[in-house]
Design a binder for this molecule. Sequence first.
Ligand SMILES: [Zn+2]
Length: 228
Amino acid sequence: MKSLLHYVVILLLVARCSEEPKYAYGIEPMEWSEYSKSVSLDSNMALLNLEQLLEFEKMDIRYATSNNFTGQVIYPTADCFSRKPVAKALKAVEDSLSALNLGLILYDGYRPYAATVLFYEVYQDTTYVASPYSGSRHNRGCAVDIGLYDLETGEALIMPTGYDDFSEDAHQAVVSLNREAEQNKIILREVMIAFGFEPYPHEWWHFDFKGWKDYPVMDISFDELNQN
Ligand SMILES: [Zn+2]
């Protein structure tokens, strides 16, 4: 006959397993039901589909393909979302750029927290990938990765490096030897600053919207956003 201790151990193990947290890095990102509640209280919380909102954007959502630093398809669909005030500011950026015959290339916007965890587990340098202990500004729907293209030719403008090139050449402060690339980096940076974005020093393509701290980290999938 099994001892009482045996049963106590089993009970303790079962209890421990059921308490296993869903997220391993001490963050409890907002999930769908909480997110939809927050949107009903404040429409600025809403994640908007930028492809539907913008007019001249070019989509190049690398994380919906395996052409990214992880070598894996991360997103089920090639979508780009951001919080409403961020989307409105990008619309103003687009209007301003169209006067220069330029359009925005969208590489990434809102990123579910689960993707940030995966990025970190693939590439543990938090200069280039966000720490899962704090989450990314992309997880808050307040960061965008973007480039520029010529509205007439449809060609991407040359930049100091390719997208997601984790080298010093991608830094804002490093002057590119290619004068055209340097100039294009500055055009993008200045227009983004003018409409409320802050450049990230280590990546010419990444911009955070001011006030990002007011928006919580979320783990809502693209499928949930598209189905609701
Ligand atoms: Zn980014």
